[in-house]
Design a protein around this ligand. Sequence first.
Ligand SMILES: C[S@@+](CC[C@H](N)C(=O)[O-])C[C@H]1O[C@@H](n2cnc3c(N)ncnc32)[C@H](O)[C@@H]1O
Length: 184
Amino acid sequence: MNDVYQPSEDTFLLMDVIKKVPYVRRALEVGSGSGAVSVNLAHKTDYLIATDIDLNSCHATLERLRKHNLRANTDVVCCDLLSAFRESSSFDLIVFNPPYLPDECLKDVSIFGGKHGVETSAEFLQQAHHALSHSGSILLVVSSISDLGKLWAVASKLKLNHKILKSVKLFFEEISVVEFKKGV
Ligand SMILES: C[S@@+](CC[C@H](N)C(=O)[O-])C[C@H]1O[C@@H](n2cnc3c(N)ncnc32)[C@H](O)[C@@H]1O
């Protein structure tokens, strides 16, 4: 198990975007870490499921939701990406601040996203597009230091349109929140 990822610039960027999304019926956060994003998301939905592959992170998320009195409309599931859910789950909003540093180091799944930085995100899109409602949105954090061309190619194959909603320049990278929607 890893240390729980603590809220950072990418977390704050995602939370900023979530503030502006409309209220939805069913939402899913993949890779909830400390639970900071899930707390924000729980206010924007009838029902939220938060997941993480790391058991410590699931406990941290559960604890944070409990502290904010948000257990009435939330569940926490420990699983790899969306593996615990049916393809027909029909979430209206799916969000993920993924590990995106380019490296195959398996020691820290909270920051390393595969050889080109996008492998975890690409697999996430493959699974998330099945579980997304027809008019639903996926919000994904991406970084300029990963190979975004590969990610756009995967999205295009899945017939997902993408739009950059907000970006911030950091010391050595630019991070953005991208919205993916099913094409018509
Ligand atoms: C960059 S952290 C983001 C944490 C939190 N959502 C935030 O914004 O602060 C990435 C999180 O994704 C989780 N993660 C990595 N690979 C995953 C996978 N295959 N399935 C589910 N969660 C995963 C990590 O354990 C980590 O908690």
